[in-house]
Structure formats: C-alpha cells, structure tokens
Write a protein that binds this ligand. Structure first.
Ligand SMILES: Cc1cc2nc3c(=O)[nH]c(=O)nc-3n(C[C@H](O)[C@H](O)[C@H](O)COP(=O)(O)O)c2cc1C
Length: 158
C-alpha cells in the first residue's frame, strides 16, 4: 500500500480502539474527527440528539486542522452506527473534502443492529471512489477479540 490514512469518529471509544489498531497494523496516519458541537453523553438525550442529527443530515463543524488528502491513495473511514447510518461528523468530512479516485475501506462499530445500511449510505456519499473493503464490529470495548480481527482485516488491505 502506497499511503493510507485512517479517519474516524468515535463517541464512546469503540471505533477509536479499532482505528488505532488499523493505524498501527498499516503504519498509517490516524486522524480522529472532532466537532465543536457537543452531543449529550448520557441518558436518553444521547440517543435522541444523535439520532435526530442523523435523520436531519447534520454536518457539525469539524475542529480538526485542514487535512491534505493528496498524499494518500487509500482512506480508511471508521464510524459508529447511529440510527442505522454513519455518524454526522463523517458526513461533515465527506462534505468538506472532495474525495475522488481514492481506494476506500470502511469499518463500523455498532450495538448489534448491523452496519449494512450504514455502509450502503457511506458508499452512496462517496460515489467516485473504489471501495476495497468493509467490516463491522459489535462493541469492541466489550469484545476485545474485535481488535485482532481488525488487524487481520487491515492486513488484507495492504
Ligand atoms: C445516537 C446513537 C445511535 C445509535 N444507533 C445505533 C443503531 O442504529 N444500531 C446499532 O446497532 N447501534 C447503535 N448505537 C450504538 C453504537 O453504534 C455502538 O455503541 C458503537 O459501538 C459506538 O461506537 P463509539 O464508541 O466509537 O462511539 C447508537 C449509539 C448512539 C449514541
């Protein structure tokens, strides 16, 4: 692999665990997307505001410094599944950067509902690219075997 970038959002740390393992396996740069908007971290509000922002297609402002994608031929995007889709900061990322002619691999953490719809939507949002892999994990913080699966999967991308 020429050069890979792992870009992810993680609210509770599950996607982060996987992102870091993939970055380590591929010796890739890793960027965690951060937003100025703060979502409630507990209770029903967490699901309500998160779910609502997915449904309304929110694109919260990213506070990361500008990312130069030109040096990467592969971008590996990680997201938690929110309301069956990808999390709003990923929508911001896709919206803020013109991502074309890249190899893209996607991974997601979810609570048991699966990631098929999330992956389909992410592919739809990045039409002019080549998708080279996808993998979903159920709550990696509770299921540490996910970390090894992530490393094995990452190795198939190189
Ligand atoms: C706002 C919100 C919506 C969620 N929606 C779903 C869902 O539709 N399906 C699912 O399986 N899990 C859902 N979850 C659970 C997360 O996808 C799961 O806990 C994931 O591992 C979190 O990743 P993170 O720790 O990187 O944020 C949701 C969690 C939140 C906070």
């Amino acid at each position: 692999m020429k050069s890979a970038l792992v870009v992810y959002f993680s609210f509770d740390g599950n996607t982060k665990l996987i992102a870091e393992k993939i970055g380590e396996t591929l010796n890739a740069d890793v960027i965690e997307l951060k937003t100025s908007k703060k979502y409630p971290t507990e209770g029903i509000g967490k699901y309500f505001w998160g779910g609502k922002s997915v449904v309304f297609g929110d694109k919260p402002t990213l506070t990361n410094k500008s990312i130069d994608l030109s040096g990467y031929d592969t971008i590996i995007i990680g997201t938690p599944v929110w309301a069956g889709s990808f999390a709003p900061p990923i929508r911001s990322f896709v919206n803020d950067y013109k991502i074309v002619n890249k190899k893209i691999a996607i991974f997601a953490s979810h609570g048991g509902g699966g990631a098929a719809k999330c992956f389909a939507k992410l592919k739809e949002a990045l039409p002019e690219n080549k998708f080279v892999g996808e993998i979903a994990f159920v709550e990696p913080k509770k299921n540490p075997e996910c970390i090894e699966s992530a490393a094995k999967w990452a190795a198939t991308l190189s």
